[in-house]
Write a protein that binds this ligand. Structure first.
Ligand code: BDR
Ligand code: CA
Length: 312
């Protein structure tokens, strides 16, 4: 029997998405079935190229499939160039790209892979939820074989693109609504949690001692990411948002969660894209989401360090 947890990462790399891929790909506890890409931090073309580059550089031999070039209802929000640069992954320099894209559309890849899997699959979205929302609508039977959706997105406190909303949810709120109301267990790594995963300069120095390709890539990524985070938000360390999803899968004790009813604001007003999390259970509605509230930062950075050491 396969003991590894089967996962698909649906992402928009993105510095923190790239680190999530690094944490997942070599870990013996996980079987990375594939990587799907979605418009978000940069255009679909750019984030897909970034995913391929990361896989090629680290010899990660999994299918990479391109997905939706924009949200399912509204116009695309501008790329997060202030944070991730004009390529979406500024910092590292990659060689000529030879790894080929898998010809399947991300939505079809997700459907086929989940339907064909002999064991339940965990979806790990770290970008806007367009592909996942579309896959659920196209083939709702996939829900029967999804054990959990562990995603980065939302906030029960403050947003980062509007006072109310976080980027991934805001970028495709209608898709997020489909996902959060799908009936499968959701684990939400929102900004409340990911702002505790701050990659301070001393963390970068610690990882710089790891003499592997993954260690080098991490450092190249984080030097750029921390610089833009300081410029935009004034923080000394950049929050490694997306990587918390994989850390949770590897060791759930590193993240404390609280079950809450969560619904997405899709009313088009000033709180469009907000994850309304019923922290105090005021509505008594079904607690459909485990919302992450507290990070054990020491354990988290140990997980990152151990993961970087798993590469050559
Ligand atoms: C999310 O938006 C992107 O900039 C990051 O990759 C992360 O997924 C944080 O709001
Ligand atoms: Ca992301």
């Amino acid at each position: 029997m396969n003991q590894k947890r089967r996962i698909i990462i649906d992402c928009d790399p993105g510095h923190d998405d790239a680190v999530a891929i690094i944490l997942a790909a070599r870990n013996p506890k996980l079987e990375l079935l594939g990587i799907t890409t979605v418009n978000g931090n940069q255009t679909l073309e750019k984030v897909t190229r970034n995913a391929l580059n990361v896989c090629q550089y680290l010899d990660i031999d999994v299918p990479v499939c391109k997905g939706l070039a924009g949200p399912i209802v509204r116009a695309a929000v501008p790329a997060e160039e202030r944070i991730h640069g004009d390529t979406g992954l500024n910092g590292p320099v990659f060689g000529p790209l030879t790894k080929e894209l898998d010809p399947r559309h991300a939505v079809d890849f997700i459907i086929e892979t989940v339907m064909d899997s002999s064991e339940p699959v965990t979806l790990v979205p770290t970008g806007p939820l367009s592909n996942i929302g579309m896959a659920i609508r196209k083939e709702p039977r996939i829900l029967n074989n999804i054990d959990e959706i562990v995603l980065m997105g939302g906030a029960y406190q403050h947003g980062n693109v509007t006072p109310a909303a976080e980027f991934n949810i805001y970028a495709d709120a209608e898709a997020a609504h489909v996902v959060f109301s799908c009936g499968r267990p959701i684990v939400m790594m929102g900004l409340d949690l990911t702002r505790q995963a701050l990659c301070y300069p001393e963390i970068v120095d610690r990882m710089a001692k790891i003499d592997t390709k993954a260690g080098k890539l991490f450092v190249d990524l984080m030097r750029f990411f921390c610089m833009t985070q300081k410029k935009v938000f004034g923080w000394e360390g950049g929050p490694l948002h997306d990587s918390t999803t994989i850390a949770y899968l590897l060791d759930p004790t590193c993240i404390e969660v609280k079950a809450m009813h969560t619904e997405i604001d899709i009313t088009g007003g000033p709180s469009q894209g907000r994850t309304n999390c019923d922290f105090f259970n005021l509505t008594d509605k079904v607690k459909n989401t485990k919302v992450a509230v507290k990070l054990d930062a020491e354990k988290f950075w140990d997980i990152v360090e151990d993961s970087l050491k798993l590469y050559d």
